[in-house]
Ligand binder design. Structure first.
Ligand code: AHR
Length: 305
């Protein structure tokens, strides 16, 4: 009778393992892959059945995935939105189905009442931190090239605006070229090659500000191929703190990175649980990280690789 009772209890909705959907952007960068692995591992640790969908950088795939999660009646949805706009309709559909949506890592420009919360870093602060490091390093004198992230993504829009606002305080700091490298290593290399060509070999470029480490790593390769010394002839500052950028810093090829925490699953699952228990959840759960310099790079690489 005890076994029968246990079986009945386990099959009742309140005892069944929760099912969540996770619509991920893709695997454009080392950071993105860490984030995916971390969220999957956290779900497993908590006994959550996580339905994972890789959108391969396409918003339409994400919208389809969210609709399919709604149709399957999941208990919650994690959405890492590739771009900022165009989410209102599908978020309204989730809202009508009473399924809480947590935005992961990036933001949207939709009505905040349509999602439960956003678990993300403040990208403007990251851009400003990169700018202030560069201002201090160059005494406020620097012609900068910028490698932007995916066009229309909150990460690219806000990192740019935070950086622009900061360097706006320094009359002799300016962005001389700026283009998207789509957050990929190949994109960063290709765009940096074009910047170097356009700037007559690169002598006039003081620094590259890359919206992520992968693009910085591509740019470092391009700088080397142009017979210049990255981190010396051209300063390199970027965001994410992936192991490879620590290796580059330890090797003297990069100057600074700002950490973007990839472990966003825990706070996202906690937020849904708190909401289900009737607790208030803040609209933005911030996860900002520090700036790292070459002095600790070798140790950080060993610890993270
Ligand atoms: O949205 C965060 C950005 O997206 C990370 O900085 C980048 O590496 C990723 O692809």
């Amino acid at each position: 009778p005890l076994a029968t009772l246990t079986a009945i209890l386990m099959s009742s909705p309140s005892f069944a393992e929760p099912t969540y959907g996770f619509s991920q952007i893709g695997s454009e960068s080392g950071w993105r892959t860490s984030e995916t692995n971390s969220i999957k591992a956290e779900a497993e640790r908590r006994g959550i059945d996580l339905k994972f969908s890789d959108a391969q950088q396409k918003q339409e795939n994400q919208i389809k995935a969210v609709r399919s999660f709604i149709a399957q009646g999941v208990d919650g949805i994690l959405l890492a939105p590739v771009v900022e706009s165009g989410w209102d309709q599908v978020l309204r559909e989730a809202d009508r189905a009473d399924i809480p949506v947590v935005l992961i890592d990036r933001g949207v420009d939709a009505d905040p009442s349509l999602y439960l919360t956003k678990v993300a870093s403040d990208f403007k602060e990251e851009g400003a931190l990169a700018g202030s490091w560069l201002a201090a390093e160059t005494n406020g004198n620097c012609d900068i090239v910028e490698l932007q992230g995916t066009v229309g993504s909150s990460a690219a829009i806000d990192r740019k605006s935070g950086f622009d606002a900061l360097i706006g305080n320094f009359p002799n700091m300016k962005i001389i070229r700026s283009q998207s490298g789509d957050f990929t290593r190949a994109g960063g290399k290709e765009v940096m090659e074009s910047f170097l060509k356009a700037e007559g070999g690169g002598d006039s470029i003081c620094a590259v500000f890359a919206h992520n480490d992968d693009m910085a790593l591509g740019a470092i390769q391009a700088i080397k191929e142009a017979q210049l010394d990255p981190a010396d002839d051209i300063l390199v500052v970027s965001i994410d703190a992936v192991p490879d950028i620590f290796k580059a810093m330890a090797d003297g090829d990069a100057n600074a990175t700002i950490e973007l925490n990839p472990h966003l699953g825990g706070p996202a699952f906690d937020a849904i649980a708190a909401h289900n228990d009737g607790e208030d959840v803040p609209k933005w759960i911030k996860a900002n990280g520090p700036l790292y310099l070459p002095d600790t790079a070798a140790a950080e690489y060993e610890a993270r690789k």
